[in-house]
Design a protein around this ligand. Structure first.
Ligand code: FES
Length: 102
């Protein structure tokens, strides 16, 4: 399976993954090419892993902590999520995301 991530410099990364290989999209991104996200280790508190959904993402449940963190960063809308709360299942295959730049 594969996801596409545009980094903060608009460089496109095609990242392959296997089902349940990583606990979340944040872990996949930080382990693959970019380690500066994930300060709270995936607890949904820090907001360093905010991403914009560009294409092909089928909604996954969102919890109250994620909503609060997105609100604090001024991006609680349909387009932004915390990568640490996105599960890498088959439905994420082919989706495209962009790292959030304040
Ligand atoms: S790693 Fe901290 S909010 Fe996602």
């Amino acid at each position: 399976m594969l996801i596409i991530v545009l980094d903060v410099d608009d460089e496109k990364h095609l990242i392959e993954y296997n089902r349940m290989e990583y606990p979340s999209l944040m872990e996949l991104i930080s382990n693959t090419y970019y380690s500066e996200i994930g300060a709270c280790k995936g607890k949904g508190l820090c907001g360093t892993c905010i991403i914009e959904v560009i294409d092909g993402f089928h909604e996954q449940p969102i919890n109250d902590q994620e909503i609060e963190t997105l609100r604090k960063n001024g991006v609680y809308d349909k387009k932004h999520r915390l990568a640490c709360q996105i599960i890498l299942n088959e439905e994420v295959n082919g989706a495209e995301f962009k790292e959030f730049v304040e």
